[in-house]
Write a protein that binds this ligand. Structure first.
Ligand SMILES: *Cc1c(COP(=O)(O)O)cnc(C)c1O
Length: 387
Protein backbone atom coordinates (compact mmCIF):
# COMPACT_ATOMS: atom_id res chain seq x y z
CA UNK A 1 0.00 0.00 0.00
CA UNK A 2 1.25 3.46 -0.89
CA UNK A 3 1.78 5.94 1.94
CA UNK A 4 1.92 9.65 1.16
CA UNK A 5 3.37 12.38 3.39
CA UNK A 6 -0.03 14.08 3.64
CA UNK A 7 -3.66 13.53 2.62
CA UNK A 8 -5.45 16.87 2.35
CA UNK A 9 -8.54 15.55 0.64
CA UNK A 10 -9.34 13.23 3.53
CA UNK A 11 -9.22 16.23 5.89
CA UNK A 12 -11.82 17.99 3.76
CA UNK A 13 -14.02 14.90 3.55
CA UNK A 14 -13.90 14.44 7.32
CA UNK A 15 -15.27 17.99 7.77
CA UNK A 16 -17.26 18.25 4.56
CA UNK A 17 -20.61 19.41 5.90
CA UNK A 18 -19.09 22.10 8.14
CA UNK A 19 -16.64 23.35 5.52
CA UNK A 20 -19.30 23.41 2.81
CA UNK A 21 -21.65 25.36 5.09
CA UNK A 22 -18.90 27.88 5.88
CA UNK A 23 -18.05 28.34 2.20
CA UNK A 24 -21.70 28.87 1.23
CA UNK A 25 -22.15 31.31 4.10
CA UNK A 26 -19.34 33.44 2.65
CA UNK A 27 -20.53 33.11 -0.95
CA UNK A 28 -23.99 34.28 0.09
CA UNK A 29 -22.63 37.14 2.20
CA UNK A 30 -21.17 39.00 -0.77
CA UNK A 31 -18.16 40.03 1.35
CA UNK A 32 -15.05 38.23 0.15
CA UNK A 33 -12.05 40.09 1.55
CA UNK A 34 -11.88 41.07 5.22
CA UNK A 35 -15.18 41.38 7.08
CA UNK A 36 -16.80 39.38 9.87
CA UNK A 37 -15.27 35.97 9.02
CA UNK A 38 -11.77 37.42 9.12
CA UNK A 39 -12.50 39.31 12.33
CA UNK A 40 -14.03 36.16 13.82
CA UNK A 41 -10.93 34.11 12.99
CA UNK A 42 -8.65 36.84 14.37
CA UNK A 43 -10.55 36.82 17.66
CA UNK A 44 -10.57 33.03 17.91
CA UNK A 45 -6.92 32.60 16.95
CA UNK A 46 -5.81 35.33 19.37
CA UNK A 47 -7.65 33.49 22.13
CA UNK A 48 -6.12 30.17 21.05
CA UNK A 49 -2.63 31.68 21.36
CA UNK A 50 -3.41 33.65 24.52
CA UNK A 51 -2.56 37.04 23.01
CA UNK A 52 -4.68 40.21 22.81
CA UNK A 53 -4.20 40.78 19.06
CA UNK A 54 -4.18 38.69 15.90
CA UNK A 55 -4.13 40.15 12.40
CA UNK A 56 -5.02 38.01 9.38
CA UNK A 57 -2.79 38.37 6.33
CA UNK A 58 -2.47 36.61 3.00
CA UNK A 59 0.40 34.22 3.82
CA UNK A 60 2.99 33.25 6.40
CA UNK A 61 5.58 35.13 4.35
CA UNK A 62 3.53 38.33 4.59
CA UNK A 63 3.05 37.72 8.31
CA UNK A 64 6.84 37.58 8.74
CA UNK A 65 7.53 40.59 6.53
CA UNK A 66 4.88 42.78 8.16
CA UNK A 67 5.79 41.72 11.71
CA UNK A 68 9.48 42.47 11.11
CA UNK A 69 8.65 45.88 9.65
CA UNK A 70 6.32 46.61 12.55
CA UNK A 71 9.12 45.62 14.95
CA UNK A 72 11.36 48.23 13.34
CA UNK A 73 13.44 46.15 10.92
CA UNK A 74 14.51 48.15 7.87
CA UNK A 75 14.17 51.53 9.52
CA UNK A 76 17.92 52.16 9.41
CA UNK A 77 17.79 52.01 5.62
CA UNK A 78 14.52 53.93 5.28
CA UNK A 79 15.12 56.74 7.73
CA UNK A 80 18.77 57.67 7.38
CA UNK A 81 19.75 56.29 4.02
CA UNK A 82 22.31 54.22 5.90
CA UNK A 83 21.36 51.35 3.62
CA UNK A 84 23.95 52.62 1.15
CA UNK A 85 26.64 50.99 3.23
CA UNK A 86 28.01 47.73 1.78
CA UNK A 87 27.02 48.38 -1.81
CA UNK A 88 23.48 49.52 -1.16
CA UNK A 89 22.66 46.50 0.99
CA UNK A 90 20.44 47.31 3.97
CA UNK A 91 22.03 47.34 7.39
CA UNK A 92 19.45 46.28 9.98
CA UNK A 93 20.62 42.79 10.86
CA UNK A 94 18.26 40.01 11.90
CA UNK A 95 19.66 36.84 13.47
CA UNK A 96 17.96 33.69 12.24
CA UNK A 97 18.36 30.00 11.48
CA UNK A 98 19.81 28.72 8.20
CA UNK A 99 17.77 25.52 8.49
CA UNK A 100 14.32 26.72 7.48
CA UNK A 101 12.15 27.47 4.49
CA UNK A 102 13.45 30.40 2.45
CA UNK A 103 10.42 32.54 3.37
CA UNK A 104 12.00 33.21 6.78
CA UNK A 105 14.99 34.94 5.20
CA UNK A 106 13.08 36.48 2.29
CA UNK A 107 10.90 38.30 4.80
CA UNK A 108 13.98 39.81 6.46
CA UNK A 109 15.44 41.10 3.19
CA UNK A 110 12.09 42.30 1.90
CA UNK A 111 11.50 44.19 5.16
CA UNK A 112 14.74 46.00 4.44
CA UNK A 113 17.02 43.97 6.70
CA UNK A 114 19.91 41.55 6.29
CA UNK A 115 19.72 37.94 7.47
CA UNK A 116 22.55 36.83 9.74
CA UNK A 117 22.53 33.05 9.83
CA UNK A 118 23.45 31.42 13.12
CA UNK A 119 24.10 27.70 13.59
CA UNK A 120 21.55 25.38 15.17
CA UNK A 121 21.46 23.05 18.17
CA UNK A 122 22.08 19.55 16.76
CA UNK A 123 19.54 17.99 19.15
CA UNK A 124 16.46 19.91 18.01
CA UNK A 125 17.79 21.83 14.97
CA UNK A 126 16.44 25.11 16.35
CA UNK A 127 18.65 28.18 16.85
CA UNK A 128 21.33 27.51 19.45
CA UNK A 129 21.01 30.50 21.83
CA UNK A 130 24.70 30.30 22.78
CA UNK A 131 25.67 31.09 19.18
CA UNK A 132 23.75 34.37 19.19
CA UNK A 133 25.71 36.61 21.53
CA UNK A 134 28.92 36.56 19.50
CA UNK A 135 27.27 37.82 16.30
CA UNK A 136 25.34 40.75 17.81
CA UNK A 137 26.62 44.07 16.46
CA UNK A 138 25.46 47.69 16.61
CA UNK A 139 23.40 46.93 13.49
CA UNK A 140 21.51 43.99 15.01
CA UNK A 141 17.84 44.82 15.26
CA UNK A 142 15.96 41.60 15.87
CA UNK A 143 16.10 37.85 16.43
CA UNK A 144 13.86 35.62 14.33
CA UNK A 145 13.81 32.11 15.84
CA UNK A 146 12.01 29.42 13.84
CA UNK A 147 10.02 26.83 15.76
CA UNK A 148 11.25 24.16 13.41
CA UNK A 149 9.14 21.06 12.71
CA UNK A 150 6.60 22.17 15.35
CA UNK A 151 8.92 22.42 18.37
CA UNK A 152 9.49 25.85 19.95
CA UNK A 153 13.03 27.18 19.99
CA UNK A 154 14.65 27.68 23.40
CA UNK A 155 13.00 31.05 23.96
CA UNK A 156 14.03 31.96 27.53
CA UNK A 157 17.71 32.61 26.75
CA UNK A 158 16.76 34.21 23.42
CA UNK A 159 14.33 36.63 25.10
CA UNK A 160 16.83 37.42 27.83
CA UNK A 161 19.55 38.21 25.32
CA UNK A 162 17.15 40.33 23.26
CA UNK A 163 16.18 42.29 26.34
CA UNK A 164 19.79 42.92 27.28
CA UNK A 165 20.63 44.21 23.80
CA UNK A 166 17.34 46.00 23.07
CA UNK A 167 16.39 43.67 20.19
CA UNK A 168 12.96 42.70 18.94
CA UNK A 169 12.01 39.02 18.86
CA UNK A 170 9.71 37.81 16.09
CA UNK A 171 8.76 34.14 16.13
CA UNK A 172 8.46 32.14 12.93
CA UNK A 173 5.66 29.91 14.21
CA UNK A 174 4.63 28.82 10.71
CA UNK A 175 5.13 25.16 11.68
CA UNK A 176 4.06 25.44 15.31
CA UNK A 177 0.32 26.14 15.65
CA UNK A 178 -0.59 25.04 19.16
CA UNK A 179 2.95 24.21 20.30
CA UNK A 180 3.91 25.50 23.75
CA UNK A 181 7.06 26.51 25.60
CA UNK A 182 6.95 26.70 29.37
CA UNK A 183 3.17 26.31 29.05
CA UNK A 184 2.82 29.37 26.81
CA UNK A 185 1.73 29.17 23.20
CA UNK A 186 4.08 29.62 20.28
CA UNK A 187 3.29 33.06 18.89
CA UNK A 188 2.82 34.56 22.36
CA UNK A 189 6.46 34.47 23.46
CA UNK A 190 8.17 37.22 21.46
CA UNK A 191 7.08 40.69 20.34
CA UNK A 192 5.14 39.05 17.52
CA UNK A 193 4.38 35.57 16.23
CA UNK A 194 3.92 34.66 12.58
CA UNK A 195 1.77 31.82 11.30
CA UNK A 196 1.18 30.30 7.89
CA UNK A 197 -2.06 28.55 7.03
CA UNK A 198 -0.67 27.03 3.84
CA UNK A 199 -2.76 23.88 3.20
CA UNK A 200 -0.16 21.42 4.51
CA UNK A 201 0.44 23.17 7.87
CA UNK A 202 -1.03 21.84 11.13
CA UNK A 203 -3.80 24.39 10.63
CA UNK A 204 -4.21 24.76 6.87
CA UNK A 205 -6.55 26.74 4.63
CA UNK A 206 -7.76 25.71 1.17
CA UNK A 207 -5.47 28.32 -0.35
CA UNK A 208 -3.01 30.88 1.01
CA UNK A 209 -3.42 32.56 4.41
CA UNK A 210 -1.42 33.74 7.42
CA UNK A 211 -1.65 35.53 10.76
CA UNK A 212 0.41 37.79 13.01
CA UNK A 213 -0.15 37.43 16.77
CA UNK A 214 1.09 40.02 19.23
CA UNK A 215 0.71 41.50 22.67
CA UNK A 216 1.46 44.95 21.31
CA UNK A 217 -1.40 47.16 20.11
CA UNK A 218 1.16 49.21 18.21
CA UNK A 219 2.51 46.24 16.25
CA UNK A 220 -1.04 45.02 15.53
CA UNK A 221 -2.01 48.45 14.24
CA UNK A 222 1.01 48.70 11.96
CA UNK A 223 0.45 45.19 10.54
CA UNK A 224 -3.20 46.09 9.83
CA UNK A 225 -1.98 49.11 7.93
CA UNK A 226 0.77 47.29 6.01
CA UNK A 227 -1.58 44.53 4.84
CA UNK A 228 -3.89 47.15 3.32
CA UNK A 229 -1.66 49.49 1.27
CA UNK A 230 -0.76 51.60 4.29
CA UNK A 231 -4.34 52.81 4.55
CA UNK A 232 -5.51 54.41 7.79
CA UNK A 233 -8.90 55.27 6.31
CA UNK A 234 -10.25 54.83 2.81
CA UNK A 235 -7.85 56.41 0.29
CA UNK A 236 -5.70 57.89 3.04
CA UNK A 237 -2.23 56.27 3.03
CA UNK A 238 0.12 56.91 5.94
CA UNK A 239 2.80 54.95 4.07
CA UNK A 240 3.15 52.55 1.18
CA UNK A 241 1.96 49.11 2.17
CA UNK A 242 1.05 45.87 0.43
CA UNK A 243 -1.90 43.91 -0.84
CA UNK A 244 -1.62 41.42 2.00
CA UNK A 245 -5.16 40.90 3.24
CA UNK A 246 -6.83 37.63 4.24
CA UNK A 247 -9.85 36.52 2.24
CA UNK A 248 -13.14 35.58 3.86
CA UNK A 249 -13.41 32.10 2.34
CA UNK A 250 -10.09 31.05 3.86
CA UNK A 251 -11.02 32.60 7.21
CA UNK A 252 -14.36 30.78 7.30
CA UNK A 253 -12.71 27.44 6.51
CA UNK A 254 -9.97 28.05 9.06
CA UNK A 255 -12.57 28.75 11.77
CA UNK A 256 -13.99 25.27 11.21
CA UNK A 257 -10.55 23.68 11.32
CA UNK A 258 -9.29 25.67 14.32
CA UNK A 259 -11.87 23.86 16.46
CA UNK A 260 -10.10 20.57 15.59
CA UNK A 261 -6.52 21.75 15.93
CA UNK A 262 -5.87 20.62 19.51
CA UNK A 263 -7.26 17.17 18.80
CA UNK A 264 -5.20 16.92 15.58
CA UNK A 265 -2.03 17.96 17.37
CA UNK A 266 -2.65 15.33 20.06
CA UNK A 267 -3.07 12.72 17.35
CA UNK A 268 0.23 13.84 15.77
CA UNK A 269 1.92 13.33 19.13
CA UNK A 270 0.43 9.84 19.48
CA UNK A 271 1.70 8.86 16.03
CA UNK A 272 5.13 10.38 16.76
CA UNK A 273 5.31 8.26 19.91
CA UNK A 274 4.43 5.19 17.87
CA UNK A 275 7.26 5.93 15.46
CA UNK A 276 9.58 6.39 18.40
CA UNK A 277 8.59 3.04 19.92
CA UNK A 278 8.89 1.33 16.54
CA UNK A 279 12.32 2.74 15.70
CA UNK A 280 14.05 3.25 19.06
CA UNK A 281 16.12 0.06 18.97
CA UNK A 282 17.50 0.98 15.54
CA UNK A 283 19.16 4.18 16.72
CA UNK A 284 22.92 3.95 16.56
CA UNK A 285 22.83 0.59 14.75
CA UNK A 286 24.12 1.42 11.32
CA UNK A 287 22.01 3.90 9.43
CA UNK A 288 19.56 5.45 11.87
CA UNK A 289 21.41 8.27 13.61
CA UNK A 290 18.67 9.99 15.59
CA UNK A 291 14.95 10.34 16.22
CA UNK A 292 13.42 13.77 16.89
CA UNK A 293 14.42 14.93 20.35
CA UNK A 294 11.87 16.63 22.61
CA UNK A 295 13.49 19.50 24.48
CA UNK A 296 12.69 20.36 28.13
CA UNK A 297 9.78 22.77 28.49
CA UNK A 298 8.73 22.44 24.85
CA UNK A 299 5.56 20.75 23.66
CA UNK A 300 6.23 19.55 20.11
CA UNK A 301 3.27 19.43 17.67
CA UNK A 302 5.07 17.39 14.99
CA UNK A 303 4.31 19.39 11.89
CA UNK A 304 7.22 17.32 10.60
CA UNK A 305 8.65 14.06 11.92
CA UNK A 306 12.25 14.22 10.77
CA UNK A 307 14.71 11.46 11.58
CA UNK A 308 18.41 11.56 10.76
CA UNK A 309 19.97 8.81 8.68
CA UNK A 310 23.36 8.05 7.21
CA UNK A 311 23.14 7.48 3.46
CA UNK A 312 19.90 9.43 3.48
CA UNK A 313 19.38 9.55 -0.27
CA UNK A 314 19.81 5.80 -0.64
CA UNK A 315 17.37 5.10 2.20
CA UNK A 316 14.91 7.59 0.75
CA UNK A 317 15.05 5.86 -2.64
CA UNK A 318 14.53 2.45 -1.04
CA UNK A 319 11.41 3.75 0.71
CA UNK A 320 10.14 5.35 -2.50
CA UNK A 321 10.50 2.07 -4.35
CA UNK A 322 8.29 0.47 -1.74
CA UNK A 323 5.60 3.12 -2.06
CA UNK A 324 6.54 5.32 0.89
CA UNK A 325 6.81 9.00 0.20
CA UNK A 326 9.20 11.06 2.32
CA UNK A 327 10.29 14.70 2.44
CA UNK A 328 13.46 16.73 3.03
CA UNK A 329 13.31 19.66 5.46
CA UNK A 330 15.67 21.00 4.28
CA UNK A 331 18.23 19.63 1.83
CA UNK A 332 20.25 22.86 1.49
CA UNK A 333 20.72 25.37 4.31
CA UNK A 334 19.91 28.94 3.33
CA UNK A 335 23.46 30.27 3.67
CA UNK A 336 24.57 27.93 0.86
CA UNK A 337 21.68 28.84 -1.46
CA UNK A 338 22.62 30.81 -4.60
CA UNK A 339 20.11 33.46 -3.48
CA UNK A 340 22.31 34.23 -0.45
CA UNK A 341 25.74 33.96 -2.05
CA UNK A 342 25.99 37.75 -1.54
CA UNK A 343 26.23 37.18 2.21
CA UNK A 344 29.50 35.36 1.61
CA UNK A 345 29.18 32.32 3.90
CA UNK A 346 30.93 29.22 2.61
CA UNK A 347 30.46 25.53 3.15
CA UNK A 348 31.78 24.67 6.61
CA UNK A 349 30.72 27.94 8.21
CA UNK A 350 27.59 26.55 9.92
CA UNK A 351 28.47 22.87 10.32
CA UNK A 352 25.49 21.68 12.36
CA UNK A 353 22.96 22.99 9.86
CA UNK A 354 25.00 21.64 6.96
CA UNK A 355 25.26 18.20 8.51
CA UNK A 356 21.53 18.13 9.29
CA UNK A 357 20.74 19.06 5.69
CA UNK A 358 22.57 15.90 4.57
CA UNK A 359 20.93 13.62 7.14
CA UNK A 360 17.32 14.68 7.77
CA UNK A 361 14.51 12.59 6.33
CA UNK A 362 10.85 13.44 6.90
CA UNK A 363 8.57 10.45 7.45
CA UNK A 364 4.83 10.59 6.71
CA UNK A 365 2.82 11.90 9.67
CA UNK A 366 -0.61 13.51 9.59
CA UNK A 367 -3.60 13.17 11.90
CA UNK A 368 -5.64 10.95 9.56
CA UNK A 369 -2.78 8.48 9.21
CA UNK A 370 -3.54 4.97 10.51
CA UNK A 371 -1.38 3.31 13.18
CA UNK A 372 -0.88 0.44 10.73
CA UNK A 373 0.69 2.83 8.24
CA UNK A 374 3.16 4.04 10.85
CA UNK A 375 4.06 0.42 11.57
CA UNK A 376 4.49 -0.23 7.86
CA UNK A 377 6.85 2.74 7.50
CA UNK A 378 8.85 1.51 10.50
CA UNK A 379 9.20 -1.99 9.03
CA UNK A 380 10.15 -0.74 5.60
CA UNK A 381 12.66 1.64 7.09
CA UNK A 382 14.15 -1.17 9.17
CA UNK A 383 14.67 -3.24 6.02
CA UNK A 384 16.08 -0.30 4.11
CA UNK A 385 18.57 0.52 6.83
CA UNK A 386 19.66 -3.01 7.66
CA UNK A 387 20.22 -4.10 4.05
C1 LIG B 1 5.42 27.62 5.53
C2 LIG B 1 6.48 28.40 6.14
C3 LIG B 1 6.64 29.77 5.88
C4 LIG B 1 5.89 30.52 4.82
O1 LIG B 1 4.51 30.48 4.88
P1 LIG B 1 3.65 30.76 3.56
O2 LIG B 1 2.25 30.80 4.06
O3 LIG B 1 3.90 29.64 2.60
O4 LIG B 1 4.07 32.08 2.99
C5 LIG B 1 7.61 30.46 6.59
N1 LIG B 1 8.41 29.85 7.47
C6 LIG B 1 8.31 28.53 7.73
C7 LIG B 1 9.22 27.91 8.74
C8 LIG B 1 7.35 27.76 7.05
O5 LIG B 1 7.28 26.43 7.30
Amino acid sequence: MKIATIDLKSVYLSLKSEVDAAVFRVLHSGQYVGGPEVEGLEREFAEFCGVPHAVGVSSGTDALRFALMAAGVGEAGRVSGAGEESGGRPVDEVLTSPLTFIATAEAITQAGGKPVFVDVDPRCLNLEPRNLEGVITSRTRAILPVHLYGQPADMDPILLLAKRHGLAVVEDACQAHGATYGGRAAGSLGDAGCFSFYPSKNLGACGEAGMVTTGSAQIAERVRRLRDHGQTEKYRHAEEGYNGRLDALQAAILRVKLRRLTEWNERRRVLAERYRAGLRDLVGRGGLLALPEEMPGANHVYHIFAIRVAGRDRVREALRQRGIETGLHYPMPLHLQPAYAWIGLREGSLPQAERAAREVLTLPLYPEMAEGSVDQVCETLRDAIET
